[in-house]
Structure formats: structure tokens, C-alpha cells
Design a protein around this ligand. Structure first.
Ligand code: 2NE
Length: 270
């Protein structure tokens, strides 16, 4: 594919092809473990993908074919978080997880090799996951002195069920691509050499679908788990749709024209 660079970064690649933005962690020497900087770069790229009207779908992945992401870089883990160049400890990947759920476009995880720890949670929060046959999944928290009790626990449990989610976290075992498929943790498994082709094909299929319908569906799926924040997102989309109507425009026009609004012509649906 003829990916073009949207913006240069130090620890990620941010590319575009045919309506698809691809955000790729580029630290293969540590199985794409993330530092605060990696996450800040991903976060900015995700926001740029959200704001870019040419982007209809986002691929999240890791470079090198051996790892999607191995979680927080343990070599920069300090007192209270992962320590960046500014010496401040952060857990900013949690904000990135929120961004992935909030962006009103499908985000698809393209997983080759390890998706482990905080890297596993990143694929969990994506809308869809396409895995290569060499993909390996798991949590390591209780082994390395960490845990993610947010989406990493609750959303995982919604996906694979409570018993399996507890097994994944309590035992810290690793699961291959077929096991992940069986437990509904991934959508599709393909040979490694077909991974990008299969992922791009799914993006292209979604790009043929109604973007507003996809947006409303994503917000609706989120709302079930996200409570008040989920309803806020769905309600915001309802406002967006309402703003498109003549009825809503009559309210605004009346205000600007300093007259009483006339809503009598608009239907009171049963
Ligand atoms: C992923 C896994 C199982 C792979 O094992 P293997 O044997 O295939 O590779 P190896 O030799 O362990 O890794 C290759 C190189 O990558 C580094 C390793 O240290 C090694 O470096 P060298 O010895 O060649 O110099 N590497 C791998 N993962 C790293 C990491 N996360 N940070 C820094 N360096 C890393 C195996 O590598 C593994 O278990 N990795 C650790 C996975 C892990 O525990 N991640 C953190 C979980 S906690 C988290 O992510 C988190 C959270 O729980 C809550 C909030 C935010 C983050």
C-alpha cells in the first residue's frame, strides 16, 4: 500500500492511505513498549485522525511483525508512573484508551506478535481486532506489579466473560491467536503476510458504510458500559443529528432574526 506520512514523530509512525489513518508504535527493539512520549505522540495522532475529515477509519498497530505492544516500558517505570523526559511520572495510556473509545470512527487493532500488559488493553479497547497467526495475548500485571482495573478489566470481562477475564488477569497466562478467536477476544485470524491486506480490506468495507450509522453504533455500544459519560456521547450525537434538521435551524434563525420561533409545521411523531 502507498502509505503517506501525515506527520513525523520520534516513537510512532502516523500514515494515511485511502481514507485510513495508521498509527504504529515504532519501538520494535522493546516489542513496542510505550513510554510517556510514545503515548503523547499516539494521543496527538489519534486527535489529528479524529479531526481529519478525510479519515474514516483508524488502524492501531506496532512495527516489526513481532509485537503489537508489550505495554508500559518497564525501564522508565518510576515512582507513581512511567517517567518521561520531563521527569514527571504518568499513566497517560489511560487517556489514550478513552480517546480510542471516544473517536467517532472505527478503530481497528492490527496485531502481529505480542499484545501484552498495557499493550493488550490497547487492543481490547479498539472496536475490532485482526490478528496474525503469530499473535500472543495476555496480561502481566500481577507478575510485574501492576494492574489496569478500568477498561482493561471491566471491558475485557464484557468481551470474554467474567470467569475468563479473571483467569487472564489472575494467572497471567498467554493465549495464542486461535484461543483468542475462540474466546471472542479477536475478530479474525490471518497468516502474518496477509495481516495488513485483511485489515485494510475491513477498513475499506467500513468506509463504504454510512459514517453516521457507524458513529451512532459506536456511541451506542459504548453507552451500555460507559454510564453517564456514554450517554453524554450518544446524546451529543443526537444533538449533531438534530442540528441537521430544519426544525432546529428554525430555532436558531428565529433567535438571529429577533422573532418568535414557529415550530408548528414540524411533526410530533408518535
Ligand atoms: C512480551 C514478552 C512476553 C516477550 O518475551 P520474549 O522472550 O519474546 O522477548 P524479551 O526478550 O522479553 O523482549 C525483547 C526485548 O524487549 C524488552 C525486553 O527487555 C528485551 O530487551 P533486551 O533484553 O533485548 O534488551 N521488553 C519487552 N517488553 C518490555 C517492556 N514492557 N518494557 C521494557 N522492555 C521490554 C516479554 O518481553 C514480556 O513479558 N514483557 C513485559 C510485558 C509487561 O509486563 N508489560 C508491562 C505491563 S504493565 C502495563 O503495561 C501498564 C499497566 O498495567 C497499567 C497502566 C499502564 C501500563
Amino acid at each position: 500500500y502507498n502509505w503517506t506520512t501525515l506527520k513525523e514523530y520520534k516513537e510512532i509512525l502516523f500514515q494515511f492511505y485511502n481514507g485510513i489513518a495508521k498509527i504504529s508504535i515504532n519501538r520494535p527493539q522493546v516489542h513496542n513498549a510505550f513510554t510517556p512520549r510514545t503515548v503523547m505522540e499516539m494521543s496527538e495522532a489519534m486527535e489529528l485522525a479524529r479531526q481529519n475529515p478525510d479519515v474514516g477509519a483508524v488502524i492501531l498497530t506496532g512495527e516489526g511483525g513481532k509485537a503489537f505492544c508489550s505495554g508500559g516500558d518497564q525501564s522508565v517505570r518510576g515512582h507513581g508512573g512511567y517517567v518521561g523526559e520531563d521527569t514527571v511520572p504518568r499513566l497517560n495510556v489511560l487517556d489514550l484508551q478513552m480517546q480510542i473509545r471516544r473517536i467517532p470512527k472505527p478503530v481497528i487493532a492490527m496485531v502481529a506478535g505480542w499484545a501484552i500488559g498495557g499493550g493488550h488493553v490497547l487492543h481490547v479497547v479498539c472496536d475490532l481486532t485482526v490478528a496474525a497467526e503469530n499473535a500472543r495475548f495476555g496480561q502481566t500485571g500481577p507478575k510485574v506489579g501492576s494492574f489496569d482495573g478500568g477498561f482493561g478489566a471491566s471491558y475485557l470481562a464484557r468481551i470474554v466473560g467474567q470467569k475468563k477475564a479473571r483467569e487472564i488477569w489472575f494467572l497471567c497466562d498467554q493465549y495464542d491467536a486461535q484461543e483468542a478467536l475462540q474466546m471472542g477476544l479477536v475478530n479474525k485470524v490471518v497468516p502474518l503476510e496477509q495481516l495488513e491486506e485483511a485489515t485494510v480490506a475491513w477498513c475499506e468495507k467500513m468506509l463504504e458504510r454510512s459514517p453516521l450509522a457507524l458513529r451512532m453504533l459506536k456511541a451506542s455500544f459504548n453507552a451500555e458500559l460507559d454510564g453517564q459519560a456514554g450517554i453524554q456521547q450518544l446524546a451529543g450525537d443526537a444533538t449533531l443529528l438534530y442540528y441537521l434538521s430544519d426544525e432546529a435551524k428554525e430555532g436558531k434563525n428565529a433567535f438571529l432574526e429577533k422573532r418568535k420561533p414557529d415550530f408548528t409545521q414540524y411533526p410530533k411523531f408518535p
